[in-house]
Design a binder for this molecule. Structure first.
Ligand SMILES: NC(=O)c1ccc[n+]([C@@H]2O[C@H](COP(=O)([O-])OP(=O)(O)OC[C@H]3O[C@@H](n4cnc5c(N)ncnc54)[C@H](OP(=O)(O)O)[C@@H]3O)[C@@H](O)[C@H]2O)c1
Length: 386
């Protein structure tokens, strides 16, 4: 039985992790839940999962649930410090990080320092803090198990292979809801249109990142850290059917691809059961119905965020953390109706151009540069003021 602490339990990833656990009650047990402020859902989840620990970022949310859960003998934790304490409890075997945003970095660091295996969906953590996390993984000889479907695909393609034999890592993406649109056409797109992803049902932030193609850029930075490859080795290709989740080309010309349904429960279950595979009801793809697998190069004119992410990744230092923080702030303002779709990439560009990168030596360096980027983004958003 694996004891799991689930961060971001109320989100899209978190809810699917709970489904996987419920499908395998003899293999996994959730002993801790954490979220931001959705106290109603976490209360429902607590009644189902019966955890011994609950952490909420928003301190007022604890007061709203502690009374109704009093007969379950739960220990409560508050704020990011509380979440970072929760991940260290001795009984936890696996920390699943399904939080959104680089706020997930500190709990990930604390979990690794405590010697825990981490299953990571929270890509912003690696984008901002890969330079801290990967040395920690090596020093502690731990596994960092990817949940992002592209990285789970690459991870599986690399099973049994020598990393020195990698020629190319090919990250696939559906192209999002605006594939094929010109920059002129993107001027008028709405939040509602941007939130209609053609293939995946996900949280709002990653759905907007998919529409700008920033998501593919964040994934390239994530792949650089996870698989220890340079950016010249990473390629992004648009694959609208989303059947191939990513590929690896080797030095002998062989290419391994991972195919499957667009259902996050597959990579989630693999990360939870690794190195074993468990059976699942999601089998039996009908290839006659799939019929075609098509590919096209990404359009960097309409979707410049992808190029900005590669540039930030190649520059290293605090550039990826700043790219990510500027993007988080811009996406949140777009979702709140304060800026237009194209403002997102403009803000990221301006902030990256202004930034003077600093070597990442500790968590504080990342946090301070993120704060600078968030404040600069907010100033720009105020100026744009809609
Ligand atoms: N959804 C997918 O299919 C998918 C696929 C690949 C990768 N990912 C990655 O997985 C991560 C989660 O995505 P998602 O789609 O599940 O997002 P989501 O639906 O928006 O859920 C986000 C979760 O994070 C929690 N959260 C937000 N801020 C927090 C904070 N300050 N402290 C503690 N918890 C906080 C939220 O809690 P509340 O509900 O209380 O606000 C919620 O549980 C992202 O990094 C995303 O890029 C997602």
């Amino acid at each position: 039985m694996k004891n799991i602490i689930l961060l971001g339990s109320t989100g899209s990833i978190g809810r699917q992790v709970i489904q996987v656990v419920q499908d395998n009650p003899d293999k996994f047990k959730i002993i801790g839940l954490a979220g931001h402020s959705n106290y109603k859902l976490i209360e429902e989840q607590a009644l189902i999962c019966k955890p011994k620990h609950i952490a909420m970022y928003d301190e007022s949310a604890i007061g709203k649930i502690s009374g109704s859960l009093s007969n379950l003998e739960i220990k409560f934790y508050q704020g990011i410090e509380g979440i970072s304490e929760l991940v260290q409890i001795p009984k936890a075997d696996l920390i699943v990080n399904g939080m959104v945003g680089s706020i997930g970095l500190l709990p990930t660091i604390r979990a690794l320092e405590a010697g825990k295996t981490v299953a990571l969906a929270n890509k912003e953590t690696l984008v901002a803090g890969g330079d801290l996390i990967m040395p920690l993984i090596r020093e502690k000889k731990l596994n960092l198990l990817p949940i992002d479907s592209e990285h789970s695909a690459i991870f599986q393609c690399l099973n049994g292979e020598n990393h020195s034999d990698i020629k190319r890592i090919i990250i696939t993406g559906s192209g999002g809801p605006f594939r094929g649109k010109t920059k002129e056409e993107l001027k008028l797109v709405t939040k509602e249109q941007a939130l209609k992803h053609p293939r995946w049902k996900m949280g709002s932030k990653i759905t907007i990142d998919s529409a700008t193609l920033m998501n593919k850029g964040l994934e390239a930075i994530e792949a650089h850290h996870l698989f220890g490859v340079d950016y010249e080795t990473i390629e992004v290709i648009i694959h609208p059917e989303s059947i191939i989740h990513s590929m690896v080309e080797f030095i002998d010309g062989s290419i391994k691809a991972h195919l499957g349904f667009t259902d996050m429960r597959i990579p989630i279950q693999y990360a939870l059961s690794y190195p074993l595979r468990l059976s699942s009801s999601l089998t039996g793809m009908d290839f006659a119905k799939v019929a075609n697998l098509s590919f096209e190069a990404p359009d960097l004119t309409s979707f410049p965020c992808l190029g900005y992410a590669f540039e930030a990744g190649k520059k290293g230092k605090t550039y990826p953390a700043v790219l990510n923080a500027a993007n988080e702030t811009a996406v949140s303002s777009f979702l709140n109706g304060k800026i237009s779709f194209l403002d997102i990439s403009n803000i990221v560009y301006e902030i990256l151009s202004e930034h003077k990168g600093i070597n990442v030596s500790d968590f504080e360096t990342i946090r301070s540069q993120e704060e600078w980027a968030r404040n600069r983004a907010l100033e720009m958003i105020k100026r744009l003021g809609r």
